[in-house]
Design a protein around this ligand. Structure first.
Ligand code: ZN
Length: 277
């Protein structure tokens, strides 16, 4: 088997306190998490530098506004970009998109883009979007529906990936991470690539069904299969949790094994893949 160049896309969902607050169900406010997430992020940046890995941080727009640390941190957003990573939008304040009206979603896309671009002094256009909570997972045109979205078409147009893609294009976004599994995939008939595919869809680049976390299993998947791209994601908050696949030990495992393999493996940012095909 000839091994081709493999591209690994790594996306960090950097929620920030506003995101962590809006992720908490029904009540698990924990101030320590806010500080831990940022401390972890600093650790992650160091490790990425050591391995010379460039990746993408999807950040909530509110976090990039001027304000009180740790609730907002424009300087850190600027630093992430200055260290060579792509900055993408993770919405304005980590909304559950299917529950919001079209105008609210459009506003969230617009505001987050403006705030993040301002924080990095317009040195990179914000063209990527990572939907909070990976919602919607419904995509009717592709035979995928998810009751977990809590609200879907025809009650909520924003509860369908097809519609979100249209909104993103209007707001000037060029790539989006999407999560959906059609019935065949759910039933296990179609053996899916656990790290998803990356392809152009109506003029926007889709990064589908990413894999969350690191470690032996996904590292073997990358080394032993022959896909052109692999999309991984992780949360800085989980980096210090011992029992999480996204923790430091597993990140180091994956980076070391990929680095030491004799395969042609390259970490790329989604923005680097635009206009390639
Ligand atoms: Zn998130």
């Amino acid at each position: 088997m000839k091994i081709f160049r493999k591209k690994v896309v790594l996306i960090w969902d950097f929620d920030g306190p506003v995101g962590l607050i809006n992720s908490s169900l029904p009540y698990n406010f924990n101030y320590l998490n806010f500080e831990n997430e940022i401390a972890n992020l600093r650790n992650i940046l160091k490790i990425l530098d050591q391995f010379d890995v460039k990746c993408c941080f999807a950040i909530t727009g509110f976090s990039a506004e001027e304000g009180l640390f740790p609730y907002s941190f424009p300087e850190l957003v600027k630093e992430i970009h200055a260290r060579g990573h792509e900055v993408a939008s993770h919405s304005w304040r980590h909304e559950w998109i299917p529950l919001f009206e079209k105008k609210q979603v459009a506003k969230s896309l617009e505001r987050s883009k403006i705030a993040l671009e301002k924080a990095i002094e317009n040195r990179q256009e914000i063209v990527g979007f990572v939907p909070p909570h990976n919602r919607p997972m419904t995509w009717l045109r592709r035979g995928a529906f998810s009751l977990g979205d809590r609200r879907m078409f025809p009650f909520s147009r924003t509860g369908d990936n097809e519609y979100l893609i249209e909104l993103l294009k209007i707001q000037g976004y060029k790539w989006v991470r999407v999560s959906y599994h059609n019935t065949f995939q759910k039933l296990g008939f179609a053996k899916s690539n656990v790290t998803g595919r990356i392809f152009d869809y109506k003029g926007i680049l889709l990064l589908e069904n990413h894999h969350t976390g690191f470690g032996e299993k996904v590292t073997r998947h990358i080394l032993e299969t022959n896909f052109p791209t692999y999309t991984l994601s992780a949360h800085p908050l989980m980096f210090s949790f011992e029992n999480k696949k996204e923790n430091k030990k597993n990140l180091l495992y994956t980076l070391e094994y990929l680095h030491n393999s004799n395969q042609d493996i390259e970490f790329v940012r989604p923005i680097d893949l635009l206009g390639e095909d």
